[in-house]
Structures are given as C-alpha cells and as structure tokens.
Design a protein around this ligand. Structure first.
Ligand code: 3HC
Length: 295
C-alpha cells in the first residue's frame, strides 16, 4: 500500500489508441508507475509501437535523452486483464467515444480497484461525467481529465467535475495534473464538449460544410487558416489528425445535448466515417497519408 497521503503514484491507463498512448507516455515520462490496458495482444502491441515511435520523435527533436527513452519503455507495463488495476491510485479511461463501452469500463474499474480512495478519470471529450460516475459506487471520485492530441506536445488538460465530485478528489486530481504531469489546467462544467471542443467542433464542421458545398478546395481552406490566421494546421488537416470518427462522435454528443444546428454533423463526415476514411490513422481522410506518416 502507498502511504496514505493522497498522492497518485500508480496509474492505470485504459486504452492505448491515439490518446491513451499519449497519456501513458506522459505518465511514465513523469516517473509514475504506469500500467496500460488493451483488449488484446494485437492492440497492445500496436499501442506499444505508438508510444515507442513518439518517444523516438521526442529523442530526435532533442526533447528527451536516449537513455530516458529506454528507461521509459522499460518501465511501462502492459496488460489485457483489468483486474491487474487492483492496486492503482488512479485509472484514466481513454477508449473510443462510446457511452455504453465507457460506462461498462467504469463499472468494472469500480469493482477491481481496491483502494478506497482510488480516483477514476475519463479522457472523454463529450460524454457526461455524471453518467460515468453513476456507473460506479464511488461517483464522488470520478471526473473528466481531458487531454489534447498530440498529448506529449500540447500541455493543456480540461478538468471536469460532475455535480457530485468531492472537493478532495478535485484537489488531488488538480495537484496531479499540474504538479506531477506539468500540465496547464482549465476547469469546465460537465457539459458536452467542455470548453475546447464546444468551440473547436463547430469550426471543423463549418470547414467540412464549406468543402462539401464546393465553396473551396481542401488545400485552400486549410491554407487560409494556416497562412491567414497562423493556426498550426488547417481545419481539414486537423480533422484528419483528430480522427473523423472521433470528430463525428463529439459532434453527435454536442448536437444531442444542445440541439443547435451548428453542431449537426454534415452528411459528408458521416459518409467518410462509414467508408473508413477516418483520417491520418487510417491512411486516408480529407488527404491521403503514406503508411510511414499515418500514426
Ligand atoms: N514529445 C515531446 N515533444 C515533441 C514530440 C514528442 N513525442 N513530438 C514533437 N514534439 C515537439 C517538437 O520538438 C516541436 O517542439 P518545438 O516547437 O519546441 O521545436 C513541436 O513538438 C512540434 O513538433 P514537430 O516539429 O514534429 O511537428 P509540427 O511542427 O509539424 O507540429 C503538431 C505538429 C504538434 C501536430 C502541430 O501541427 C499542432 O499542434 N497542430 C494542432 C493540433 C491540435 O490542434 N490538437 C488539438 C486537437 S483537439 C483534441 O485533441 C481534443 C479531442 O477531444 C478532439
């Protein structure tokens, strides 16, 4: 058992996709005992490869010593069995934006995590934290901890309490995010999209509608925002980067919550998701990506 000082030392990350792999990387690079769960060996290997690639990039860019990369990879632990989370102080769930999947995981985590003061966080961008909390017997210890992609590069997290998150849980998580992970924290009420996606998603959808209507070609829409507004990437390239499936899921949650037309997914976005054109990770979205670039 850890000393009963409320500090978070043992972290479990559920899911090792785009976001989960970044969260696991940031945890292990900050010296935490980090255990990563995936559904099967294949998904685990692909997640491990993603973390390895990202750490290699950090070394190439001079952000990390090669010895620290090796130490981080050696320290990371992986499992396909959630009962291995028994001793974790904190679980961070980062599976796809599917309410049923997420509530099922929270119910399981509640059963398997034995520390009475364990904290439960979700990287969801759109599903109410209250619904995730209600799937557990400890809703006061559940909150949103929303990272941004690429996680090792973008240092923001949105911290989202539900109506019943306790002050103690909030303070422990805030301390963890700022002082342990070195993140900049902003607070949001428990509303679909929180602060950032409530602003970002309508912008991305507007760009997709513009492209869909033939108003301008993809390159010109993106160049307009990169060169005209100094954004690091244009909205269609950014949608490819986030994943069209994730963008669609967040738009659907926002639309379901607020019923505002600006959140309604354009038909082209739905068709592209149905076609498997999910963006960079699938090698094809608004742009095509050679295998070595898709990551
Ligand atoms: N670890 C640490 N640092 C790294 C790194 C890693 N694995 N990989 C790259 N970096 C650093 C580089 O060293 C560089 O730092 P510097 O500016 O100090 O030199 C910086 O990150 C940029 O890296 P690159 O030169 O490799 O790449 P680009 O300049 O092409 O930038 C990008 C790529 C970071 C993706 C940039 O285009 C960007 O920030 N785009 C916007 C992404 C964005 O908006 N994300 C938010 C999406 S919304 C979201 O996630 C929420 C969800 O719920 C939908």
């Amino acid at each position: 058992m850890n000393a009963n000082d409320g500090a978070i030392r043992k972290v479990g990350v559920v899911g090792c996709g785009l976001m989960g792999s970044g969260i696991a990387e940031v945890c292990v690079r900050n010296g935490l005992d980090t255990l990563v769960y995936e559904v099967n060996g294949e998904a685990l290997e692909s997640g491990r490869g993603r973390i390895n690639q990202s750490l290699a990039r950090a070394v190439e860019r001079g952000k990390l010593a090669a010895a620290d990369r090796d130490a981080a990879m050696a320290a990371l632990e992986f499992t396909t069995d959630l009962t291995d989370f028994a001793d974790r102080d904190l679980a961070v769930e980062a599976v796809p934006e599917d309410e049923e999947l997420k509530t099922g995981i929270f119910a399981t985590l509640d059963r398997v995590m034995l520390r009475p003061d364990a904290l439960f966080a979700s990287n969801t961008s759109s599903i109410p934290i209250m619904k995730l909390g209600a799937a557990t017997t400890r809703p006061g210890q559940v909150m949103g901890l929303h990272f941004f992609n690429p996680v090792p590069v973008l240092d923001l997290v949105e911290l989202v309490p539900s109506l019943v998150t306790t002050d103690t849980a909030w303070s422990r998580m805030r301390h963890f995010a700022t002082d342990v992970l070195g993140r900049h924290v902003i607070a949001s009420q428990d509303r679909a999209g929180f602060v950032v996606n409530s602003l970002l998603i309508p912008y991305l959808l507007a760009a997709i509608r513009m492209f869909e209507s033939g108003f301008a070609v993809a390159q010109d829409i993106d160049e307009g925002m990169v060169r005209g507004c100094a954004h690091p990437m244009g909205p269609l390239a950014l949608t490819d980067h986030i994943g069209l499936d994730t963008t669609l899921a967040v738009a659907e949650s926002l639309y379901a919550e607020f019923k505002e037309p600006l959140y309604a997914p354009p038909p082209l976005l739905s068709r592209m998701v149905e076609a498997g054109h999910l963006g960079r990770k699938a090698g094809r979205g608004f742009y095509a990506y050679p295998a070595h670039v898709a990551r």
